[in-house]
Design a protein around this ligand. Structure first.
Ligand code: NAP
Ligand code: MG
Length: 496
């Protein structure tokens, strides 16, 4: 049995009350690791360590080049250890071999991209004054102590999307992974510990929502960076308000993929299946609504059904598995409940809808296709986070855009068409933070990512993503040293 401890102030520690939690493999529901479960006291210790490491300047006072070098060290060590990290991610989350292999590369890439971006000088001189009157500097300073709270779907990538830009900005961090995927996070803690990062700059603690709540409300924390459900995002925003903390929220989605009637159907069908079923639909940007006009409707639904029948369900460790288990029993139940709701709402179940035969010991759900979905149905409005695609019929292109935007979410969207100009025109009308044309799931570490509407607040990645971990300070240096020439001469201050 593997055992993991909390990582606080550069040391690996048991929980103060010796509490532990199980890491469960959703493929066979076996317990494969024991993890220390942080108490409120442990959470406070981690926050205090981050506060001291921030205030004593061990990290924020370093030059950009020095910070960049340490982030690069983290990136390189992730690459060196990627086989072990990948194995743990598969075990804890049911991620398939193919998906987790990508994850390892993308985690490395995020760290190495931010190592490069860390070299950028974010300070500016404003051109707002005549020479000899004043100089105006805009200085970017690290915001301080960051509480980073992440979900279980892309555990290491999500960790690096928070840790790397926060480090680049000069912040210190307390990270709480989701309980489902805390093993890989604590393995990452070992990697971070083996670099030259000063102690206390990154702390990783595992626990439940109680820990998360302390991280959001503790007055020693300056910023909360959260990825997860919109439901929890709302609670976090509310709790952060008590001490007016800066928040970045990366929340849920119900993204619409629109196949225009001039699309390359082979590409659009494969792409829409990838959009909806990649990682069992457990992606914030999953294309979980597919909007079709009458012209292609029957053909696309038939082709999709045929694709789903070919997907290989199996052990996620196998290199050729397309569909592994859901992350947990809780998530499996949630998805099966939504499938029942869809049937009751009157959507047409075209494929799947249950637990695949022969896979009852794991947390599996069949890839499921609903057609004739009305956009007002729950399965079209709520984030299922499972392998369930809802196909919705639109009258024409404008109707497709209207349906796509009739959602409380606005994370992503996509358009399939052979005509780029036409697709771009549609893309511009979608109220979403990322829109793909003839592509899906492709995010670039240099391009800002985030949601409109209830999909979030703020942006991650790119220079925008580093700025999100900074405060901006305006320094006005006045060059007029003769008091009689000051604009306030004779205003308020009496003259002798
Ligand atoms: P979640 O409830 O939003 O949790 C995400 C993270 O927030 C976890 O680390 C969680 O810890 C923590 N948390 C929960 N309540 C908190 C609070 N009051 N204060 C601070 N932190 C808190 O997501 P989930 O339970 O893992 O999944 C539920 C549903 O959320 C999914 O079915 C899916 O619809 C959605 N989801 C969306 C995304 C996304 O990327 N948009 C990612 C994951 C999940 P605990 O688990 O210990 O409570
Ligand atoms: Mg949870």
């Amino acid at each position: 049995m593997l055992e993991y401890k909390l990582y606080i102030n550069g040391e690996f520690k048991d929980a103060s009350d010796n509490a532990v939690m199980d890491a469960v493999n959703p493929y066979d529901r076996s317990v494969f690791a024991k993890l220390a479960k942080a108490s409120i006291n442990d959470t406070k210790s981690a926050i205090l360590a981050a506060r001291e490491a921030f205030d004593n300047g061990v990290w924020q006072a370093k030059k950009n080049e020095e910070r960049s070098a340490v982030i690069k060290q983290i990136a390189d060590k992730i690459k060196e250890n990627s086989a072990l990290l990948q194995e743990l991610e598969i075990k804890e989350s049911g991620s398939t071999y193919k998906k987790s292999k990508d994850d390892m590369f993308l985690t490395y890439r995020a760290a190495s991209t931010f190592a490069k971006l860390a070299l950028t000088d974010l300070n500016e001189t404003l051109d707002i004054s005549k020479e000899g009157v004043s100089k105006n500097l805009l200085i970017r300073e690290p915001i301080g102590v960051v509480s980073a709270i992440i979900p279980w779907n892309f555990p290491l990538q999500m960790a690096m999307w928070k840790i790397a830009p926060a480090l680049a900005a000069g912040c210190t961090i307390v990270l709480k992974p989701a309980p489902e995927t805390s093993v890989s996070a604590l393995e990452l803690a070992k990697i971070i510990d083996s670099t030259d990062l000063p102690k206390g700059v990154v702390n990783i603690i595992t626990g439940d929502a109680e820990v998360g709540q302390e991280m959001v409300t503790n007055p020693l924390v300056d910023k909360v960076a959260f990825t997860g459900s919109t439901e929890v995002g709302k609670i976090i925003m509310q709790n952060a308000a008590a001490s007016v903390k800066n928040v970045t929220l990366e929340l849920g989605g119900k993204s619409a993929s629109i196949i225009l009637d001039d699309a390359d159907l082979e590409l659009a069908v494969d792409g829409s299946a990838y959009a909806g079923y990649f990682h069992n639909g457990q992606c914030c940007v999953a294309g979980s609504r597919l909007i079709l006009t009458n012209k292609n409707y029957d053909e696309v639904v038939d082709r999709l059904k045929a694709k789903l029948a070919k997907m290989k369900i199996g052990n996620p460790m196998n290199k050729d598995t397309d569909i592994g288990p859901m992350v947990s029993e809780k998530q499996q139940k949630r998805v099966l409940d939504y499938i029942e709701i869809g049937k009751k709402e009157g959507a047409k179940l075209v494929y799947g809808g249950g637990v695949p035969k022969g896979f009852e010991t794991g947390c599996f759900v069949e890839p499921t296709l609903f057609a004739d979905v009305d956009n007002n149905m729950k399965i079209a409005q709520e984030e299922i986070f499972g392998p369930v695609l809802a196909v919705i019929k639109a009258k024409d292109e404008n109707d497709a855009v209207r349906i796509a935007n009739a959602s409380s979410f606005g994370l992503a969207g996509g358009v399939w068409s052979k005509d780029n100009e036409r697709a771009l025109n549609v893309a511009k009308k979608l109220r979403a933070g990322t829109v793909w044309i003839n592509e899906w799931h492709l995010l670039n570490d240099k391009a800002p990512f985030g949601g409109y509407k209830q999909s979030g607040v703020g942006r991650e990645l790119g220079i925008e993503g580093i700025k999100a971990y900074t405060e901006i300070k305006h320094i006005h240096i006045d060059e007029v040293l003769d008091r009689k020439k000051k604009f306030w001469y004779n205003v308020t201050i009496p003259q002798d």
